[in-house]
Write a protein that binds this ligand. Structure first.
Ligand SMILES: [Zn+2]
Length: 278
């Protein structure tokens, strides 16, 4: 069976790491077929708050991978919640910061509508403590983005604090409020919350450790897999390496921990359901 092994959240970064082509080649040599790549925040290339450039960089990386390697790449564009934190830290008032972030997200939607990107993300709310005012604004922007995605018919990749059933429920209710189908909301960096009772109909993108994937597959085969690889030489080992999703998938099939049918469901059918990618 030909399984199009897909890393649902992997970064490439020629400024701080090895860049698109090297990572794609490493991924492919390990058995990977598709990379779904969210843009990195604006400060990683030294131009804080140049959101449009952050998005165009990832579009360029995706084009390079698609033309110069065997891997299929897809772009995800948006504003990491830390961008808003940094806007506020830089002295921008709440209204200016809100406008700048919303403008950036409108632009992300435009790129999806033009067929340049397959989802809006990673967006969400911080994994670190912030003021109540900022927290409210982050939540407001999450719902705003879900509405943009609803209108564009695309999914959203969510970056949030560590989440379990209560948070999944909260995000599901936000999706309902925005009119976005719950499965179009992808919880990036998810634990093994593959049972609908735990994830409330969201799509969990499991961090591809042995522990998380083996716990997840025992309950359901409705999930995606990711590394959240950063491609940042100054943060080695911060997350899983680019070979992990293909290696883990093939290892689990070989050991009988996952069936070929389940692997096909995860890497082909689930990806198709969420993104419409064949
Ligand atoms: Zn990420």
């Amino acid at each position: 069976m030909d399984i199009p092994i897909t890393d649902n959240h992997i970064h490439v970064d020629p400024y701080n790491g090895e860049g698109p082509l090297k990572i794609a080649q490493t991924f492919h040599r390990s058995g990977g077929k598709r990379m779904i790549i969210p843009n990195k925040p604006s400060w990683t290339f030294g131009e804080p708050f140049n959101f449009q450039k952050a998005m165009h960089l990832v579009l360029d990386y995706v084009k390079k991978i698609n033309t110069e390697s065997e891997v299929e790449a897809y772009a995800v564009v948006g504003l990491h919640p830390a961008e808003l934190s940094r806007l506020l830290e830089s002295g921008k008032n709440i209204n200016t910061a809100r406008d700048m972030v919303k403008k950036g997200l409108d632009y992300a939607q435009k790129l999806v509508l033009e067929g340049e990107a397959v989802a809006i993300g990673e967006i969400g709310r911080p994994h670190y403590e912030v003021s109540p005012e900022e927290w409210d604004l982050q939540n407001e922007i999450m719902i705003y983005t879900m509405k943009l995605a609803r209108d564009a018919g695309c999914p959203v990749q969510l970056h949030t604090e560590t989440s379990q059933e209560p948070q999944f429920k909260e995000f599901a209710l936000m999706a309902d409020k925005a009119g976005l189908k719950r499965y179009k909301l992808i919880k990036h960096f998810s634990g093994p919350y593959t049972d609908e009772i735990e994830n409330h109909g969201l799509t969990p993108s499991l961090i591809a450790t042995r522990d998380v994937v083996s716990k997840g597959i025992k309950k359901s085969n409705y999930f995606l897999m990711e590394t959240d690889y950063l491609d940042d030489a100054s943060r080695p080992g911060a997350v899983l390496g680019p070979k992990t999703v293909p290696r883990r998938t093939l290892e689990f099939i070989k050991k009988g921990l996952i069936s070929e049918d389940d692997a096909y469901k995860i890497h082909s059918e689930n990806i198709k359901k969420v993104y419409g990618i064949e």
